[in-house]
Design a protein around this ligand. Sequence first.
Ligand code: PLP
Length: 289
Amino acid sequence: MNPTIAVLEERVAAMEGGIVGLAVASGMSAITYAIQCICTVGDNIVSTSQLYGGTYNLFAHALPNQGIETHMIANDDFAGFEAEIRTKHGVPLIVYNTVATPFLCRPIEHGAAIVVHSLTKYIGGHGTSIGGIIVDSGQFYWVANKERFPVLNQPDPSYHGVVYTNALGQLSILVAAELRHLETLVPLSTLPIHLYILTGLETLGLRMERHCENAEKLAEYLNHHLKVSWVNYAALADSPYNATCKIITSGKASGILSFGIKVSHKVDSKVAGVQFIDALQMILRLVKI
Ligand SMILES: Cc1ncc(COP(=O)(O)O)c(C=O)c1O
């Protein structure tokens, strides 16, 4: 084990309140391996439909091609994602915490079994490195529904018939991920990537405070702007997400917001949107956050 990677894994796991972390090459590999260690052909996952494009393609196309079906819950039907899902139904809840970061939200405290991150974004913070991490809460009882998690509960022929839950107990999912994927597909990035990410992690708190403060000011400004028709930012008092935001992220909503511009009924709104973005001079268009 590389000691720098181990420090990164330990720190992010500690910040999330999990027992162990596994660093991988990107956020997308973290999402992919977290699911592939639990699911196999014929299994189903349930997901929100509000996904980043890469994750949408993974769930809608790549995983179904490997025999894992995704049921997407439209809009914000959060009743479908009850926090007690793991205790009520024996289904592990995986939360993608990239945008909130553990500075704003610790999903394990709300019932998540596993937390995944793209470290490429706020945690790395400087656009220098691509990375991802899977954090295990250590609180999901994988042996309780053995038939539901064959990957962890049945002998793995590629590792001398080891049954991960027998050999490793609560650590089974991440060790299974490491043995099944990292050693064969090697989706781990190399130094100095983890060093850059660790350096970014040092200032996460400061940067997140500032991101939230800036985004909130911008959201307030846009919310009162005569040429703006709507603003979607959960920290705004009139946001339908504000009550939830107060509960899970202390009323802060990270650095991403969206808004609509008012256009005359004679103008195609998509065309107007493109014209507006093209006319921006200080704000750059990027395909990543
Ligand atoms: C919201 C979101 N999630 C995940 C990813 C993918 O992360 P990574 O580049 O670390 O694989 C991106 C990349 O832009 C993203 O914007």
